[in-house]
Design a protein around this ligand. Structure first.
Ligand SMILES: [Zn+2]
Length: 543
């Protein structure tokens, strides 16, 4: 989980019983800017500038600390830095400030944190300027200083002090804040810490705090503003229509765009559902052939004779039922790209013919005599290990070397978990653009599940869940049973006595079958066993 993955509408909820707004499990009190100004002025009048500053800073500190703990309970962030950066979304959501971290150095082990951050449109500064035309010699964003300090302290597990080094009210464009953990042990840090300590003024503070919190209500009601900002802040990583953030996908696309410029044969390998055709289309779109057709055939989807005539074409009367001449797809693709999916399933006879086409760059239709030139570029894909097929005599080695001049291997989704959430959000927003999104617990399930059916399974899962959830945000109860049953631990769904290896095996095989909707061929492939072995097993364990 990264800070930029936070979606405000997924974490601000309404308690169905009381109707109160909730932030995680914490009840929210909302208040407005105008009353905060009044609150600050009153404190200044009653207690003087220093006490006012200390009170506001401490108030901000409490809020920052609570917010950090709440968001930290909700999500497992990739790192403490991501947790710290999540403050940005929360402060935008609260209408307080738009932060921009400029430096951020953290040594978590020695508890040393140092950062500087720009504050755009600080509400405190904006509020001041709205009421005072003149510049102020002092920095005035005290609540904000406290919020940042409290938030950072919660993340680090040690006191972090924040100072505002320049403020908009002094005539600058932005406010600048600098934070440092007390572990730096510097004299001016200590002096600043001392200025923030207060003699007890409990009753007064409690009363003023209550007034402050009451008036925050208006702030968070600015729904339209939030919607506008969240669109800006949370656009997913989309490059050329592909959604990913993993290094491995980025590498694949980098290689794909390099090979696109050439005429080299490409072999795309990867499990079912990883999006091999998308990569093939990507190569086509980035090649000089993009104005010509992209044609595809799935070698596993049709019987041998049909596949042969689809690929190479036939002349009238070539076989029973061949009433007309038919152009093969290799020819029909012209100077475009021809995509051979599941090439590992291609029968040996056709493999031999295809090899000849690739070598001679021409094809003779079934029953025909004239050769026709082939100009299309061939991209093949497989979810099988072709080298194993070669060993068992089911795939031609010479064809393999022809096709795999430039091999690309797409990682299964479980090995690029950082892509799961952005893909899930993409699918959800394409089904229901106005949907409330995922509950934090649901995000944890999605990120932990092994996705044997890869991106396609994830897409199905999101469609299923959005139906189950209706207009509500997607809770873990709405996920397909398979995603839940895998749960946080592989063995969480096994009950009773500790099972034997044979029981686990039976359980696992059944689970894999469920993942692939009972497709035995696919299940055998995932389990890496022969179909016959799977068949024997199912005969032994009929359920
Ligand atoms: Zn300021």
């Amino acid at each position: 989980m990264r800070a930029s993955d936070i979606k405000i509408e997924e974490i601000i909820k309404r308690d169905p019983k009381s109707g109160f707004p909730l932030f995680g499990s914490h009840r929210l009190m909302l208040s407005g800017i105008a009353s905060l100004k009044r609150f600050g002025d009153d404190l200044n009048l009653a207690l003087g500038h220093d006490k006012m500053r200390a009170i506001l800073t401490r108030l901000g500190y409490e809020n920052g600390l609570t917010a950090a703990m709440a968001i930290g309970e909700m999500y497992e962030f990739d790192s403490p830095l991501e947790w710290l950066k999540s403050a940005r979304s929360l402060l935008i959501m609260a209408g307080i400030v738009n932060l921009e971290f400029t430096t951020l150095n953290l040594d978590y082990d020695s508890k040393r944190l140092e950062f500087s951050v720009l504050g755009h449109e600080s509400f405190e500064a904006a509020n001041y300027s709205a009421n005072n035309p003149d510049k102020n010699p002092n920095t005035i964003c005290n609540l904000l200083v406290g919020l940042l300090s409290g938030f950072a302290s919660a993340v680090l597990g040690q006191e972090v002090l924040v100072r505002e080094t320049q403020c908009m009210v002094q005539g600058n464009d932005i406010c600048v804040f600098e934070g440092k953990s007390v572990s730096f042990d510097e004299a001016d840090l200590k002096a600043w810490q001392k200025q923030l300590t207060l003699e007890p003024l409990d009753e007064e503070i409690t009363r003023l705090k209550a007034e402050l919190e009451r008036s925050r209500e208006d702030l968070i009601r600015r729904d339209t503003e939030i919607k506008r900002l969240r669109k800006k802040v949370l656009s997913p990583e989309i490059t050329h229509g592909l959604i990913y953030r993993s290094k491995s996908m980025s590498n694949i696309l980098n290689l794909a765009s390099k090979v696109a410029a050439t005429d080299v044969s490409v072999l795309i390998q990867g499990e079912s559902g990883t999006g091999k055709e998308l990569i093939a289309r990507f190569i086509h779109k980035h090649s000089s052939r993009k104005k010509d057709p992209f044609l595809a055939v799935n070698c596993a989807a049709m019987p041998e004779t049909l596949l042969e005539s689809e690929l190479f074409g036939h002349v009238r009367g070539a076989f029973t039922g061949a009433a007309n001449d038919k152009k093969g797809l290799l020819i029909a693709a012209g100077r475009g790209t021809f995509f051979l999916d599941e090439v590992g399933e291609m029968p040996m006879d056709i493999q031999a013919k295809l090899l000849r086409v690739l070598q001679e760059k021409e094809v003779r239709p079934l029953g025909g005599t004239a050769m026709e030139p082939v100009h299309a570029r061939i991209i093949a894909a497989t979810n099988r290990d072709l080298k194993t097929l070669i060993k068992s005599g089911r795939f031609r080695e010479d064809l393999y070397y022809r096709l795999s001049v430039f091999p690309l291997t797409i990682e299964p989704l479980r090995r690029r978990r950082e892509d799961i959430l952005i893909l899930a959000r993409h699918f959800l927003s394409s089904i229901r653009p106005d949907h409330h999104g995922f509950d934090p617990r649901t995000v944890r399930y999605l990120e932990k599940y092994s996705w044997p059916g890869n991106v396609r399974e994830l897409q199905n899962c999101i469609e299923y869940s959005s139906v189950m959830a209706g207009n509500n945000s997607i809770l873990s109860d709405h996920l397909p049973p398979a995603v839940i049953s895998e749960g946080p631990s592989l063995f969480s769904s096994l009950t009773g006595d500790v099972p034997s290896l044979a029981e686990i095996e039976a359980h696992y095989i059944q689970w894999v079958l469920n993942q692939v909707q009972g497709n035995k061929k696919e299940a055998a492939r995932i389990l890496n066993i022969g179909s016959a072995t799977l068949w024997r097993h199912l005969k032994k364990h009929p359920d």
